[in-house]
Design a protein around this ligand. Sequence first.
Ligand code: SDX
Length: 376
Amino acid sequence: MDISSGLEDVYIKHTGLTSIDGEKGILRYRGYNINDLVEHSTFEEVAYLMLYGELPTSEQLRTFKNSVEKGYLLPDYVKQIISSMPREAEALSVYMTAFAAMSASESNFKWSPQTDKAKAAEIIGHAASVVANANRHSMGLQLRDLAPSDSYARSFLEAALDRKAEQGEVRVMDRALILYLDHEVPASTTAALVACSTLSDMYSSIAAAIAALKGPLHGGAAESAYTQFARIGSPEKVDAWFNENIVEKKQKLMGFGHRVYKTYDPRMKIFKKMATDIVKRDEDRNILLTAEKLEERGVEQFGAKHVYPNTDYYSGIAYRAVGFPVNMFTALFALSRTTGWVAHISEYNESEPRIMRPRALYKGPGPRDLAPVSHH
Ligand code: SDX
């Protein structure tokens, strides 16, 4: 009997949601290739697909959008909590706090297949309003609910950035929302499932997922990858930085490596193309060129070990070019992944779930009698 370090190759559920081919670098949602979905679908269509199993008719899509838009309205106490947070608080922590607070009104939560899809839509709407207001708060702006528009991406962008969004920016946001929407059962989704397996409510399960997503080995990697590029400063400085920090000091190259992918993460290729198409400012272009040079050096060094760039490598450059600060990157990941989390929670609840209760292999002291220790 041995423990599986990092739960490697441990299967915790059946799923019909997402399949990953780690050898070939293929990602599919409900059987559709991620490249096709990013090219031809909108976030709302893909969110519907994940919750209901099929792409929506226009009637189904309209009804779904309406129920998500109802979630744009945040209870006043949630807005007060957001505005009471420190201005420089990381947006992800604001999101976690708001969702933990909203679990307070879920005490008589009773999961059922009839209600969970409506609850999911409400949560998807609430998530957008909370994350947008986290950014408004950090900019010292008055908090406000999202206003319905032609898309979730646009409603989110215009509230978060407090300005009209160009079509190109809306497309980038919409695609980013699809790219991060789900990824089977990484650490954060597993945390959500452990919570919901005790019949805890959906808001608490999302708060558990956000807590797990925060670390730089998982969702926090987009911020730490971007910080790496900024610290290097220019493409010419990549080699010296790499040799000193990654080769000699054996630091991890952030945005590289993956438990499942043993080749390029398909999402990284799409984010790289989006970043290339959208960067305009010289500062952003310099960061992109530095990232490309670092990617080349990283693959040269780690390719033989099947360590390649993952989804978090270029995503921050695209977010930055749209106008988000670095400390919003993980919250933008979480916003998108909220749909994946509620889809997995629904799927798990429908499967007659058992409480998750693994074991630990004891290797402490054997049985021994207690001789009271005198302290005087
Ligand atoms: C996400 O799981 C998901 O699906 C997550 C995600 C999702 O959509 O939900 O895809 C999103 O979190 C992507 C990953 C973002 N994290 C980072 O970019 C942080 C840097 N990456 C590493 O910390 C690491 O690659 C992990 C955490 C992603 C995976 O960890 P594993 O599977 O435990 O891999 P490991 O640490 O056992 O590494 C195996 C080998 C080691 O070499 P040896 O000791 O065997 O010689 O590969 C090396 C590692 O040293 N390695 C790296 C590396 N990642 C692995 N070496 C340098 N830099 C890296 N980034």
